[in-house]
Ligand binder design. Structure first.
Ligand SMILES: [Mn+2]
Length: 190
């Protein structure tokens, strides 16, 4: 086994341990670890990204925000580059949600290219997940759907999906990346 495989497995293992008691908000309550693995897979499989630090950061991207993990811990275990990318994509949970979203918009253009790729794949995964399965929780999707015909709901969904995706592409400014090209194709085939 080569060193890159060992480094990736180490990151998967670390993330799996940290997220072990967490579930996604979809109806099936999918194990949370499916998400960071899926984000790393989008980058590697669809985006052709082979940089191990970026793929490790993708696997670890929610550990600081959503588990008891510090940037120093990531720095010690995975190195300064991985820790810095994760820090760039981590929201300050002390801020109210609305302000956190505002900070994301303000900070996105200033992020490194590596962090932009992770952020973009994260958003793409979440939008696809939203398209696949409505989340359980505060948003009352049933009542929203109840007021619309299903067909209307789906067309609005698709428009929102494409709009949000390109909005993030605009913010992140990665127009020339191969990842974006592949994502264009993915959307075009939706
Ligand atoms: Mn995420």
């Amino acid at each position: 086994m080569n060193l890159d495989s060992v480094l990736l497995l180490e990151a998967v293992h670390f993330a799996a341990e940290k997220h072990k008691s967490q579930r996604r908000k979809d109806a099936e309550a999918t194990p949370y670890i499916n998400h960071p693995i899926g984000v790393a897979r989008i980058l590697a499989y669809e985006g052709g990204i082979t940089d191990i630090a970026i793929l490790q950061a993708a696997l670890l991207h929610d550990t600081v925000e959503d588990t008891e993990t510090s940037i120093d811990e990531l720095d010690g275990k995975f190195g300064a580059t991985v820790a810095r990318i994760v820090q760039e994509v981590t929201d300050d949970k002390m801020l109210p949600k609305q302000e956190r979203k505002q900070q994301q918009i303000l900070k996105a253009p200033l992020c490194s290219h590596q962090a932009k790729l992770v952020k973009l794949a994260d958003k793409l995964y979440n939008l696809r997940d939203l398209n696949r399965s409505t989340p359980v929780g505060k948003l009352n999707w049933k009542s929203i759907r109840g007021t619309m015909k299903v067909t209307e709901c789906f067309s609005i969904y698709n428009v929102c999906f494409v709009f949000l995706f390109f909005f993030f592409c605009f913010l992140l400014g990665v127009q020339r990346s191969s990842l974006l090209l592949n994502m264009h194709l993915t959307i075009a085939h939706k």
